[in-house]
Write a protein that binds this ligand. Structure first.
Ligand SMILES: [Zn+2]
Length: 231
């Protein structure tokens, strides 16, 4: 009776581990094999702020106002469905000199999707962004940073530069702005790419964190630019 129980459990665990290793759970090996971008040059004191999941009708305009006030440029990884809902905001992001990237259409976890679906997500977003702004983005970031060897190949085939991050603000967890800003300031190194999300419930804390962390880091000699600027 016991072997009957153990054999399927053991093989299940082996399959699970193999899956995690190859398809997203342990992402280090995927990144080393594919040389994905998690940061830019460590030789220059440049940083890239990145904002995922927008545009959002109530918070993205506030963030854009703040970036203008601070006189810095950032990079926005946009969702196709939200660009279709708010094309004017996508246009404003571009008009104000920020960089945009493709963050898929529906924010699916891609390691569980077929290659065909991954391509469809990226292509639908390219079309939405091109309709709104006239630009086809080169940069792309998978939702949750989820990546597998198979879907990295789809990004390559569509000539997307897959960009991750080396500083996670964890702003989505709902900590106060000062704590989010502190976490970022503590972690940055020259060339860091910083992950943030203003386009969410409670995104005001992200905006307040940006207001706090930018002058602090500028005083340490860092300058803020786009992802392409740090790469
Ligand atoms: Zn996202």
């Amino acid at each position: 009776m016991l072997p009957l129980l153990i054999a399927p459990l053991a093989s299940g665990a082996a399959v699970g581990l193999a899956y995690l290793f190859c398809y997203g759970g342990f992402e280090g090996p995927v990144d080393w094999a594919n040389e994905l971008d998690t940061h830019g040059s460590r030789d220059r004191r440049s940083l890239a702020l990145t904002f995922d999941d927008g545009p959002d009708p109530s918070r993205t305009p506030l963030l854009l106002d703040l970036l203008a006030e601070l006189d810095i440029k950032a990079t926005f990884f946009l969702l196709g469905n939200r660009v279709d809902a708010h094309p004017d905001l996508a246009r404003r992001i571009v008009a104000e000199g920020h960089e945009i990237g493709n963050h898929t259409y529906n924010h699916r976890y891609l390691p569980l999707a077929r290659s065909r679906s991954v391509a469809a997500e990226l292509e639908a977003t390219d079309r939405a962004i091109a309709r709104a702004t006239g630009i086809t983005p080169v940069l792309a970031r998978p939702p949750y940073g989820g990546r597998s060897p198979r879907n990295v190949r789809v990004f390559d085939r569509l000539e997307k530069r897959l960009v991750l991050w080396d500083v996670n603000s964890y702003d989505w967890r709902g900590a106060p702005a000062a704590e989010v800003a502190h976490r970022v300031v503590e972690q940055v190194r020259p060339g860091s790419i910083i992950l943030m999300h203003e386009a969410r419930e409670g995104g005001e804390t992200t905006i307040d964190a940006v207001r706090a962390l930018v002058p602090t880091l500028q005083n340490e000699g860092f300058e803020f630019t786009t992802v392409t600027g740090v790469l």
